[in-house]
Design a protein. Structure first.
Length: 373
């Protein structure tokens, strides 16, 4: 079988990976020289801890297993089974962490409520003031800026993979075939449109009422920290945004403890991951109203800096990069992804939201299984 994958981000590349692993030939087409969207502009977290139960958790756990397996085959991914810590500072936050650790699926997630002393043994860089922490052993990380490059290098070694950059797919050219903006027709047996947050052009023509919205976020990266941050780190505001933490204790937190004004205005949480070069990736905000702003705002960065420094107990290194990114999210946020046949032998796969990096290997595996590759 010859599979045409449209989109060079992590979801598209994982579909290419699944096809090649199953013995098929793949042509992957990307409109830029390299993917430049949410697949690069993220934390590189394989984030099991906050996922909703049922299908979402099953998908995340399967993806975590696949990431580790692929990471062993492709060392350049920088797969690291680092886990995560969410420090808590008062009784309300502690109650939410305690409720999470008591979930029936807590063991599957790797949840454990630990003391501040235990948290500092797990991650000695956390020298700030907090009373306890929620530890999630199953969380992991990869390097988002280079993951697709190393995956493609491994795919090329199969002899059954071709990457075609700088071509925008404009139209279908029959079953299993597309035409790009150079007039070239790419023919195959099946087409997977994995175009991320690019939902205009051909995608809009094929799927008019797509149940997907676009979300914008701001992030930043520091110079090297000078020591190892051995886990990912989140703050208690992340409890408010991830479905795994829903409980009466969370209802009480939301009712009785307001977010800081900047965090509330920009729908913020702290997430912090160390890169292999020692720098810290820190975010993020959430913006849902269109049209999105074209610039970034400083107040969120100042808030993130304050929270990160309070956990580290030291000033952050110099900020080297700031950026905004946009991802596609199903409007029904309980759905892991929107997968739709939009023409004969043409499938659209989009809308994983902030779960794209985490869940992409399992999303692609499900597509391959459902389409009978």
């Amino acid at each position: 079988m010859r599979v045409i994958v449209v989109g060079g981000g992590v979801v598209g590349t994982m579909h290419a990976w699944q096809a090649v692993q199953r013995g098929h030939e793949v042509v992957q087409i990307e409109r830029e020289a390299e993917a430049r969207g949410a697949s690069l502009r993220n934390f590189g977290q394989i984030w099991v801890s906050g996922r909703a139960g049922g299908e979402e958790l099953e998908t995340a756990l399967r993806a975590r297993e696949l990431w580790e397996r692929i990471g062993a085959e492709v060392p350049g991914l920088g797969f690291r089974a680092i886990g995560s810590l969410t420090p808590v500072r008062n009784a309300r936050e502690y109650a939410v962490a305690e409720a999470a650790a008591a979930r029936p699926d807590a063991a599957a997630r790797g949840y454990e409520l630990v003391t501040a002393e235990q948290a500092r043994k797990i991650n000695p860089a956390l020298r700030g003031d907090f009373g306890a922490a929620l530890w999630c052993e199953r969380d992991a990380a990869v390097e988002p800026r280079t993951a697709q490059l190393h995956l493609r290098e491994a795919l090329r070694a199969s002899g059954r993979y071709t990457f075609v950059p700088g071509r925008e797919v404009r139209a279908l050219a029959g079953p299993g075939a597309v035409r790009d903006d150079h007039g070239y027709i790419h023919r195959g047996d099946i087409v997977v449109l994995a175009t991320g947050a690019w939902l205009s052009g051909l995608v809009r023509e094929l799927a008019h009422d797509l149940p997907v919205r676009r979300v914008r976020l701001q992030m930043m990266q520091t110079a090297p920290l000078g020591e190892q941050l051995t886990t990912s780190v989140a703050d208690a505001d992340s409890f408010r945004y991830y479905p795994a933490y829903g409980s009466p204790a969370l209802d009480a937190l939301n009712a009785e403890q307001a977010q800081a004004p900047t965090a509330a205005a920009h729908k913020m949480q702290l997430l912090m991951v160390q890169r292999q070069d020692g720098g810290l990736t820190i975010g993020d905000t959430h913006e849902y109203e269109h049209p999105f702003a074209f610039d970034t705002l400083e107040d969120p960065y100042e808030h993130l800096t304050e929270v990160a420094e309070s956990f580290l107990g030291r000033p952050l290194p110099k900020i080297r990069r700031r950026w905004a990114g946009v991802y596609a999210q199903c409007t029904d946020t309980t759905r892991v992804v929107h997968r739709q046949q939009v023409a004969e032998d043409v499938w659209l796969v989009t809308g994983p939201g902030g779960r794209g990096m985490t869940c992409s290997p399992a999303i692609a595996e499900t597509t391959a299984n459902e389409l009978g590759w």
